[in-house]
Ligand binder design. Structure first.
Ligand SMILES: Nc1ncnc2c1ncn2[C@@H]1O[C@H](COP(=O)(O)OP(=O)(O)OP(=O)(O)O)[C@@H](O)[C@H]1O
Ligand SMILES: [Mg+2]
Length: 305
């Protein structure tokens, strides 16, 4: 295993599908699928949103959490390097939470969740509300953009892939994600105002590239919550293609109630709904995982060549 490739999922527009994309993509790339031609990866999902929606998606009971992202930031705030392992939920811990959530939702089914529900290569660095104070603390430090990169440094050889969820703002937490990342993935919701915020986001990408992280690249823009057959969805998709051309990923994520409901059972839809091809939301996220995975293969080949 080489050093991890780091993907930050960012859009300061709220509710556009960031967390859903992080959990589905992370889950699918950890699980792998011979049917979809995706090899399994060791994946770490990092949550930088104080609301901690990633943990909720996997059925984690926040009350029972040990140290979280906030504590890790505090430990590296003076710039020292430490091992992040004590702050990370290992695959067997995450699996216990996922199984617990499934059982609470399905009390009369004694056999437990389907095998696809839990993945033994998926870890989580969770966040909780305490993280909301860290931006103020970071603001006073020199080198404040680099704290996440320093925090993850010792974990880089333990994973193939690190996927970061970010809050709906371009504040210091998001800037830390962009400084730690190799790739930026932007979900945009298929709605009227979606493109307005893109200019500001691409400006931020340019500024981070110039000032702190020249290796950051735009992996792509993915359309989410696309309403089948709606004029609005088509209009936004066409406008986005005119604007961003090849940077729009081929896979579109359809609006589907199964995508929104899956976390009730403690897993993103890509893990909880199989066979994949019978569930449009799950299939779309697997297709996105395949698109991302083939781009990652190219990077790995370039690195080893
Ligand atoms: N493809 C989809 N179909 C239906 N509902 C979806 C889909 N994707 C996301 N949702 C729902 O839309 C809401 C917003 O999605 P999500 O939380 O992933 O967005 P976000 O960008 O992370 O939001 P925030 O900016 O608040 O962190 C959630 O309730 C989620 O379940
Ligand atoms: Mg979110």
């Amino acid at each position: 295993m080489g050093r991890a490739v780091v993907i930050a999922v960012v859009n300061h527009k709220g509710g556009c599908g960031k967390t859903t994309t992080v959990t589905n993509l992370g889950g699918a790339l950890a699980a792998g699928s011979s049917q979809m031609g995706i090899l399994p990866n060791k994946v770490l999902i990092v949550d930088l949103d104080p609301r901690g929606n990633v943990a909720t998606t996997f059925g984690v009971e926040k009350r029972s959490l040990g140290p979280t992202m906030n504590n890790l930031f505090e430990a590296v705030i003076d710039g020292s390097r430490i091992d992040p392992a004590p702050y990370i939920l290992a695959p067997h811990e995450l699996t216990n939470y996922m199984r617990g959530a499934w059982k609470r939702q399905n009390p009369n089914r004694p056999r437990g969740p389907p095998k696809s529900h839990c993945v033994d290569r998926l870890s989580l660095l969770p966040a909780d509300l305490d993280l909301s104070g860290i931006e103020i603390e970071l603001a006073m430090r020199i080198g404040r953009e680099h704290r996440l990169r320093i925090a993850l440094e010792s974990a880089m050889d333990d994973y193939d892939l690190i996927v970061i969820d970010t809050p709906a703002s371009l504040g210091l937490l998001t800037i830390n994600a962009l400084t730690a990342a190799d790739w930026l993935l932007v979900p945009i919701q298929a709605e009227f105002y979606a493109l307005e915020s893109m200019g500001q986001l691409l400006d931020t990408l340019n500024r981070v590239q110039t000032a702190v992280n020249p290796k950051l690249r735009l992996l792509g823009i993915t359309m989410t919550m696309v309403q089948g057959g709606s004029n609005l969805g088509r209009t936004v998709a066409e406008a986005a293609k005119r604007h961003f051309g090849g940077r729009i990923l081929e896979t579109q994520i359809p609006r589907s109630i199964a995508v929104a409901e899956a976390p009730l059972e403690g897993a993103p839809v890509a893990l909880s709904k199989s066979p994949i091809e019978r569930h449009p939301g799950s299939l779309a996220y697997w297709n996105l995982a395949r698109e991302v995975s083939s781009r990652l293969e190219i990077i790995r080949t370039q690195r080893s060549g």
